[in-house]
Design a protein around this ligand. Sequence first.
Ligand code: SAH
Ligand code: SF4
Ligand code: F3S
Length: 483
Amino acid sequence: MQERKENKNWAEAHAQAPTGEPERQYYFMDRAKEKVAALAEQLGRTPTFHVTTFGCQMNARDSEKLCGVLEYAGFASVEEENADFVIFNTCTVRDNANQRVYGRLGELKGFKRKNPHMKIALCGCMMQENTVIEKLKESYRFVDLIFGTHNIYKFAELLNAVYESEDMLIDIWQDTDKIVEDLPVKRKYPFKSGINIMFGCNNFCSYCIVPYVRGRERSRSPKDIIREIEALVADGVVEVMLLGQNVNSYGKNLDEPMSFAELLREVEKIEGLKRIRFMTSHPKDLSEELIQVMKESKKICRHLHLPLQAGSNRILKAMNRVYTKEQYIALAKHIREEIPDMALTTDLIVGFPGETMEDVEETIAVVKEVAYDNAFTFIYSKRTGTPAAAMEDQVPEEVVKEGFDKLLKVVQDTARERVKRYQGQVMEALVEEINEQDPSLLTGRLSNNTIVHFPGDASLIGKIVNVRLSECRGFYYVGEIVE
Ligand code: SAH
Ligand code: SF4
Ligand code: F3S
């Protein structure tokens, strides 16, 4: 894919920019600050920005980094997409994520017609696909900047370039081994935060596009991770979510290899940190050491997301998941024996090539046996370039729909049963926000990830309170604070 051809004048104008990172990006953030100040003068108001996240928690964390740069440069954040600088941080894990981006781009075009100062940027996983770039170049010429997942750390530099050029700017890298630390971040929540512990994925599940758009697995150094969490805690964060496509293989490529369980032990020691979550765990790499660390921990939340994907060994093999149904069930049982209050959740795919109703029945049987607290059920989406896309026997839509509906019903019935088992008990909840429907209520999250609504005021947001789980309503609770 193409690299941006550095305009000679541009390179000359910034010849004094430092070559080391993150200094280089701070240089460009300062240049951007000058440009934003000039734009403010011209507009007679502070220029605004909006970042829309389309993907997973990692995508959301990337958006916080983009917001960090834009705020540093002097833009003001606004809720609506009709802003002076708009970024769509895209996802391409399933086709419907892509379609949403094209739909929303149409709306942006309308805004831009009315606001000639508006700049539109696209980044994230979808931009790593050649076909997408071709389509954008062809039919979406009003987009000003396109960059990918590997060079997001260079956003300040690209931001400057946008204001110094009239052309559509495209900068996509194939891969990177670089991890740039210490760039600004603007968190969505003051009291909780995601933390990247690793980037990329080496698993190549046959249906999945993530390894192609996020590159090879690389872990951040434990020192950098701990330092970042300590700084977050000093800034009011009480809960962290350690992020990686497969956190269980953390640390393998470090100069001094370290296991994920060892990293967790270090994070646990951070004073003032109250809760630790992580995502995602691949069943094939979940170690006994990790189970013991979770069991002994006072801070690791009682929630483990353990994607099963399918319950038929034939399909699991074709998916390249590297475990059998029997191994998965044994692992889940072992975890429940060791840590009985651990909530287990999962991801399931229906309609993988060659999947029959009998295969779906096998998935349903595993769901019943493991009794998940919650499960995300997806319809298989064909991703160009993945091995599964080239497989014969793509399943007809009606068959997929039938299997999906059947599975979803079992998933929901099971989850409802599981969630209500704590009715009447008192549990700790981290207060996250004012309830959207009823502002007299607060919304909190239990350690096991279940949501509870209860009366209270905004001063409690970010605090951990004891809540009586008075009434279970399907997948959540209504309760009250107990002193
Ligand atoms: N790394 C994580 C998952 C990341 S993608 C893991 O391995 O668990 C999140 C979920 O999207 C996956 O667990 C899978 O269930 C689903 N998914 C990925 N590719 C998909 C596809 N092509 N069609 C449908 N669902 C898909
Ligand atoms: Fe995709 Fe599999 Fe990697 Fe998860 S582990 S991101 S499903 S390839
Ligand atoms: Fe989507 Fe990329 Fe996450 S494809 S799920 S945003 S890693």
